[in-house]
Design a binder for this molecule. Structure first.
Ligand code: AMP
Ligand code: GLY
Length: 449
């Protein structure tokens, strides 16, 4: 099969790395890709938002399956465009991608189907938003409706934060039309966990759990980022709670979307807060998380290619995914100034030495090749992943490999997985759910053993 992956981050590098291992693969392309991806795929110079050009390329080459990494092309209707031209894609159409593309849609959708989420109000003016924020008290969360590159959410802990957010959304118009409507919502205390599943429109294949570290600095300080590290298992979601997430959140979401003529095929990602009242949805994404995908794909045993191809056609061939018993960890290396204004253009050294560490994998994100050198051109630059018999050893390997990589502005978190390892040592528990135990909740016909 000829496969096209769309995107240029660590997530897409991991997708290409995994798809490259499939015996069914004949040719692999990635648009636009990056220098790391160029090692496993042919890079095609089209941006992720060039939906028509991408469809033209896929048609011309005779691509059998397209896999979409980021949300932007999905919300722009890439899948609709490809399908109209008879091309098979694993990803949701525009109408289903609204689940991520519009926070107002997602919140109102959850309200319609009784899917647990924070109480909220949709506001259209600064005065309305200020009134709603006052009603919820502090802390309170303010969210721009549309895509804002992960920067459209403000968790306000004091009145001044609320003022600054309102100014940003309504006066400065920093996010343009994305903040025409602003969701004001109740702050949920608890621990955050990602729950990711493949969906073929009707059925779900959950991944093992993963945890993402969103804050820039150690001990969860500093601004929110796209994610500074991840590990799998998450250590936070035992089987009983995972079953609850499936029954109360993912299954009703899939069924509700289908009922509203927004059938969902692709990656369904629920960002959850584990609260005293049970798991509640913070947000939905309609694609793999980055860097969670790197952690999950390092553990996935199954051949990803036939799964995605069958899912794109509406029928998974298996009833569950299989994961290696090993743990995986990913440490993100970023450039100082991230997420606001990362330093760009510095040459990176030590990539080969890092990749040579046994058990380590180097996935590129914001890199470019210039005059024979690899330079850092983005916020998140390199992901160093590793697997190991337990999380402590996976982390050790990832950090050992990460230490080989250097450029002047390199920054990283030093505490990825630390509290999990400490907790596991104290309780002897892995906290990881067993996918076999979840099977009875999936309702998938057991076509495999
Ligand atoms: P979102 O993009 O909606 O997931 O929000 C980004 C981050 O803001 C989340 O990962 C949480 O850390 C935080 N957050 C969002 N909504 C809430 C909420 N209702 N209560 C507490 N934290 C939240
Ligand atoms: N790591 C969070 C995300 O991909 O949205």
């Amino acid at each position: 099969m000829k496969v096209l992956v769309i995107g240029n981050g660590g997530r897409e590098h991991a997708l290409c790395w995994k798809l490259r291992q499939s015996p069914l693969l004949t040719e692999l392309y990635c648009a636009p890709g990056n220098p790391g991806i160029a090692g496993v795929a042919d890079c095609v110079p089209h941006g992720v938002e060039e939906v028509h050009e991408l469809a033209g390329f896929a048609k011309e080459i005779g691509i059998d399956l397209t896999v979409v990494g980021p949300e932007l092309p999905l919300t722009l209707g890439l899948v609709d465009e490809f399908e109209a031209r008879g091309l098979r894609v694993f990803g949701p159409r525009k109408a289903a991608a609204e689940l991520e593309g519009s926070k107002v849609f997602a919140k109102e959708f959850m309200a319609r189907y009784g899917i647990p989420t924070a109480d909220f109000e949709v506001t259209r003016t600064r005065a309305e938003a200020a009134k709603a924020a006052a009603r919820f008290g502090l802390p309170v969360v303010l969210k721009a409706d549309g895509l804002a590159a992960g920067k459209g959410v403000v968790v306000a802990t004091c009145a001044e934060d609320v003022e600054v957010a309102l100014e940003l959304f309504f006066d400065e118009r920093r996010f343009g039309v994305a903040s025409d409507r602003v969701v004001i919502e109740q702050f949920l205390p608890g621990e955050e966990v990602s729950f990711i599943a493949l969906a073929d429109g009707e059925r779900l294949l959950p991944f093992a759990t993963a945890r993402d570290y969103k804050r820039l600095l150690d001990d969860d300080r500093g601004p929110n980022t796209g994610g500074m590290g991840a590990h799998s298992p998450s250590g936070l979601l035992p089987s009983a709670q995972a079953a609850e997430v499936l029954e109360r959140i993912l299954k009703p979401t899939l069924a509700g979307l289908a009922a509203e003529n927004r059938r969902f095929r692709g990656v369904l990602y629920a960002g959850l807060m584990l609260t005293a009242e049970g798991p509640k949805v913070l947000e939905f994404n309609v694609r793999f998380g980055d860097p969670e995908a790197q952690a999950l794909l390092l553990r996935l045993e199954d051949d990803l290619l036939p799964l995605l191809a069958a899912g794109a056609s509406g029928s998974f061939p298996v009833s569950r995914l299989h994961f290696r018993k090993e743990a995986s960890a990913v440490v993100v290396l970023a450039s100082s100034g991230y997420p606001e204004r990362p330093v760009r253009g510095e040459a990176i050294e030590g990539l080969e030495r890092a990749a040579a560490v046994p058990g380590a994998h180097v996935f590129h994100a914001g890199t470019a090749r210039r005059d024979g050198e690899i330079v850092a051109i983005g916020g998140r630059v390199i992901n160093v992943g590793a697997t190991g018999p337990d999380l402590a050893s996976a982390l050790r390997t990832a950090y050992t490999a990460a230490a080989h990589i250097s450029w002047p502005a390199k920054i990283l978190r030093h505490d990825i997985g630390r509290d999990f390892v400490e907790r596991a040592a104290a309780t002897q528990e892995t906290g990881s759910f067993n996918l076999r135990e979840l099977r009875s909740h999936l309702g998938n016909e057991p076509r495999d053993s």
